[in-house]
Write a protein that binds this ligand. Sequence first.
Ligand code: HEC
Length: 192
Amino acid sequence: MGSLRLVTIVLLTIVGLLGSPAFAQSPTYGVGRTPTAAEIRALDISIGPTGEELPAGRGTAKEGAKVFELQGCIVCHGAEGKGGGPAPALKSKTSHDLPIWKRERILPLRAPFATTVWDYINRGMPLGREGILTADEVYALTAYLLFVNQVIPEDEVLDKQSLPKVKMPIGDEYGRLPDWKPGTPRLEGYPY
Ligand code: HEC
């Protein structure tokens, strides 16, 4: 019984020490390592609204239409992104005149910033083969999906400078969202 009590005291002491700030901060476990700068760069790829992190490159809707077929987007999202496959449609079917909240929840239509569309495609698509697209292809696909949703004209060239300047349909409405206070009603048609 004596040795059991000793073991208990030792264990409690260790648990107590592990919980103390000195132990919490020291690398005593021998697992993991500090990532290299290159490893952090490979993961640190998200693009903010200003687009300052965007890489060099360019693309148009016409080029994007080809990439959409070549890279197999069409298999899941249907021809011209009209849907019908296993993935959501990427092309709006509702009238341009309707308020944005009454239209479909389609990223290249509803996103508050065009850079978000670029970022999503770059990081998440094609599903299951993420990371295979070149920067030019992502610019072209973004241009194509913004064009089929009538956000930009077919001949607009998207690059690091022009993409952040694209005015998304949500534009002013998004800017006018009221500050939330207790009792503020849900926005009409707001889906989230
Ligand atoms: C293997 C099937 C598959 C392929 C191939 C694929 N996607 Fe997707 N995609 C999906 C699915 C599933 C979703 C929905 C994901 C979710 O909502 O979480 C999606 C979502 C999206 C969205 C956001 C839709 C929205 O409104 O929220 C975009 C944009 C998109 N894909 C573009 C592309 C592009 C461009 C390609 C080709 C480079 C591509 N996808 C290839 C399955 C696919």
